[in-house]
Design a protein around this ligand. Structure first.
Ligand code: IMP
Ligand code: MG
Length: 176
């Protein structure tokens, strides 16, 4: 079991369970967006592994673009928000699906939704692999998600603890 910066993590969701859930999410999205070309906006860094697997499972012809925001330091969600890398695409009139690894308080996604509204997207949906429902404080609907998880700190499959732990195929939770 991984140990990162002296903290012990235990297996929480296996690679097989993740693959199974991504297949179901991609089926749903492929059905909802039949004959459309949505633009997936992927929130770096954490969502890059999820985005790569989801993209290859989809049965539509989507486009994908990457943005970078920062809202998290260590293990606590903070209200600070900083857009590091912006979008180059024309957003007006496009169907947007914002993709993140995890929705915790929902603050990150909330801010992104209002930015895409200002840019006059035709539609905006949200998608994440993990949803910490108990920590969620925002008002938007999480349209597509893989797993609802308890309010635990998790790493692996792209998710990090201060930059470490992204490389694992499975998802691990901080040991109590
Ligand atoms: P929110 O703005 O509170 O919803 O936080 C979302 C962002 O915080 C995600 O994009 C993640 O980068 C990060 N985050 C939230 N929970 C975790 C976690 O358990 N492990 C690693 N990163 C997390
Ligand atoms: Mg993130």
């Amino acid at each position: 079991m991984p140990k990162i910066f002296d903290r012990q993590f235990n297996l929480h969701i296996s690679a097989a369970q993740i693959a199974d859930r991504i297949a179901r999410v991609s089926e749903k999205i492929s059905l909802d967006y039949q004959n459309r070309n949505p633009l997936f906006v992927v929130v770096l860094n954490g969502a890059f592994v999820f985005a790569a697997d989801l993209l290859r499972a989809l049965e539509i012809e989507p486009e994908m673009s990457f943005i970078k925001v920062k809202s998290y330091e260590g293990m606590a969600s903070s209200e600070k928000m900083l857009t590091v890398i912006g979008l180059n695409e024309e957003i007006e009139g496009r169907d947007i699906i914002i993709l993140d690894d995890i929705i915790d308080t929902g603050h990150t996604m909330d801010m992104l939704i209002s930015q895409f509204r200002n840019l006059k997207a035709a539609s905006i949906k949200t998608c994440c692999l993990l949803f910490k429902k108990q920590a969620f404080k925002a008002n938007f609907t999480v349209d597509y998600y893989g797993f609802e998880i308890e309010n635990k700190f998790v790493i692996g499959y792209g998710l990090d603890f201060n930059g470490r732990g992204r490389q694992y195929k499975d998802i691990y939770a901080l040991a109590e």
